[in-house]
Design a binder for this molecule. Structure first.
Ligand code: NAP
Length: 307
């Protein structure tokens, strides 16, 4: 089979750190071009400042596009890519709004192209085993703790603080992408408290309470003692399933389980190749739906400016 010729749109941190090496390591893909506005981005590949130029110039020489821009500009780029006949991999979160992802899903169906929402945390080593351990169970408790230092993880990323930039939900949606994958029932936001720095348009911390038993999530970007990315589930039957380190470690009833070693992004590209091969799409909007719901029912509090 000929390699899937792919281009990256938005050549920033995640494109360089994860997409480029994962594509290079997978013989089913060949990275042929990029679209990014910075002339000095350093990919060494043909580069187009406008995605539309790339789609036009590479007609017949390109099969797929990985969109790694911030979320607010993603819908128009993905729409144009699908309409130009390319398969599309969307970085998380797949769009800025539910309306946008709905539209992309419809366009992918119309055009018969693959659309894949690549939630990388769903590919963490412990997630599928956690899902299996919870299948058919009734959940009594859910505690999500997603704490990290925004200065360490997002230095200089101004877009993240703008409307549609998600704020603390940028990492927090990773936790929600795992929770929605492993829990046997859907989550509904009952209450949310969103903390906004006085000078920013996106929250620095959020507390969510979900319908049901003792079900909650804490997300905070002001945590400076390393990071805590933990999801703990207790079932009515008394079983505990805990994912730590963003899903890389799994504990069942307090005992750590051995997990195979696999990277999140290589696993995303594996799935993308499978979907293209099968002529199918996979569009998971649940994590985005929960963030949207939190903004809809959430109360807003103001805290000190972030500098
Ligand atoms: P980033 O470093 O800021 O890179 C995004 C790139 O998109 C920029 O380098 C920029 O390149 C391009 N871009 C196009 N339109 C833009 C616009 N209107 N504003 C700003 N940049 C624009 O961000 P990132 O960390 O790679 O994150 C990109 C996406 O990946 C986000 O949705 C994020 O949630 C996701 N992600 C990030 C990480 C991480 O660890 N950083 C991990 C997993 C997922 P030009 O200026 O050259 O156009």
């Amino acid at each position: 089979m000929m390699a899937i010729r792919i281009a990256i749109v938005g050549y920033g941190k995640i494109a360089r750190d994860q997409h480029v090496p994962s594509i290079a390591a997978d013989p089913r893909f060949e990275l042929v071009a990029v679209s990014t506005r910075s002339p000095d981005h350093g990919s060494g590949l043909p580069c187009f400042p406008e995605p539309a130029q790339l789609f036009e110039e590479f007609r017949g020489k390109l099969d797929a596009v990985a969109i790694c821009t911030p979320p607010t500009v993603r819908h128009a780029i993905a729409r144009d890519a699908l309409r130009a006949g390319y398969h599309v991999l969307l970085e998380k979160p797949p769009a800025a709004t539910l309306g946008e992802i709905e539209d992309l899903d419809a366009i992918a169906r119309e055009t018969g192209r693959t659309l894949y929402t690549g939630w990388h945390s769903q590919h963490a080593a412990g997630v599928e085993k956690a899902r299996e351990a919870l299948a058919g169970q009734k959940v009594a408790k859910l505690h999500i703790s997603w704490l990290e230092d925004v200065r360490k993880w997002h230095p200089g990323q101004e877009w993240i603080w703008t409307p549609g930039g998600f704020g603390v939900f940028d990492p927090g949606i990773n936790a929600l992408s795992i929770a929605t994958r492993i829990l046997p029932e859907p989550l509904f936001v009952r209450e949310a408290s969103l903390l906004f720095p006085e000078n920013k348009q996106a929250p620095i911390a959020a507390s969510l309470t979900f319908a049901g038993g003792d079900m909650r999530a804490e997300m905070d970007w002001r945590f400076s003692e390393g990071e805590q990315w933990t999801i703990r589930v207790e079932t009515e039957a008394g079983r505990t399933v805990e994912l730590r380190d963003g899903g890389a470690r799994l504990f069942i009833d307090g005992e750590e389980r051995a997990l195979g070693k696999h990277g999140e992004y290589p696993s995303i590209y594996n799935r993308f190749a499978e979907l293209i091969e099968a002529g199918a799409s996979e569009v998971d909007r649940e994590p985005l739906r929960i963030v949207a719901d939190a903004f809809m029912v959430g109360s807003r509090e103001i805290t000190e400016p972030f500098a």
